[in-house]
Write a protein that binds this ligand. Sequence first.
Ligand SMILES: Nc1ncnc2c1ncn2[C@@H]1O[C@H](COP(=O)(O)OP(=O)(O)O)[C@@H](O)[C@H]1O
Ligand SMILES: [Mg+2]
Length: 301
Amino acid sequence: MTDLNVQLLPWQQEVYSDPTRFKVVAAGRRTGKSRLAAWMLIINALQTDKGQVFYVAPTQGQARDIMWQTLLELGNPVISGAHINNLQIKLVNGAMISLKGADRPETMRGVSLKFLVMDEYADMKPDVWEQILRPALADQKGSAMFIGTPMGRNHFYELYKMAELGDDETYKGWHFTSYDNPILDPDEIDTAKKSMSSYAFRQEFMASLRHTAVSCLKKKMLDLARKNLLMVIITLLSIWQDLQMYRKSRLKPNDLTRRQLLWLKRASKAGGLLISYMAVGASKRLHDESLKQSETTNQSQ
Ligand SMILES: Nc1ncnc2c1ncn2[C@@H]1O[C@H](COP(=O)(O)OP(=O)(O)O)[C@@H](O)[C@H]1O
Ligand SMILES: [Mg+2]
């Protein structure tokens, strides 16, 4: 360990020194997430004799491309063997660093881990953590670090929010932007900004979470509008289809007038009945009145 020349950026130092068991780092591109992961893998492996630590990327290819060379360079003084075929690096204390792809979960089952990193976590299915890796940390009470750039309101966003909220003390969240890496020239980030949409810039370099929430709301509203529009179109189409069916198979032009006549007759019948009922009532009342009048005339005579 003393042979290692561990050099961390200020934000990396802050995350590294924090004792929280599960660390969640949402940060922009080139902030230094993977480099911090490499150092933490080496240091944690050196602290676990003959144990194992995992580095997990969305695919095995990504795991190799992002981490293999960096681990060989940074860990050189403490590496006793490296096997590119099975993506494993053995350290002088007998501990093993294994590089894994979340696309091949079967290669991660049945192990006991002291530490693990999940890189580009927003790009992988959360099942890998929940069903395979979390149980693997249980017997050694191992720790984990989730790193990535938020992409919409997915499982990584939810995990970061949960960690940031602080309800569960075993989780802690950090947020950094690409400007937090002093090695990156800020002018270079500004130049990139000019050639990118503000949406892409805020997502990729700023790892913006507020923007993620807003864009998610916009997306939901658009989805809703799209669904409603679809429903209107489907309803109109089905009405049109009904009309066609009705016109083609149920009615000939003459039927319509015949039907209309039938309804008119029925209506006039009903109307006639009502009129005759009223007429009978009225004539009865007239008859009764004239009867009363003749009675009173008879009495007066
Ligand atoms: N502590 C450090 N010391 C020196 N260079 C660093 C350090 N941290 C990050 N870098 C450099 O910054 C660049 C981005 O780092 P990387 O870990 O690949 O970022 P990310 O994974 O966030 O995209 C790389 O060139 C890396 O070597
Ligand atoms: Mg990276």
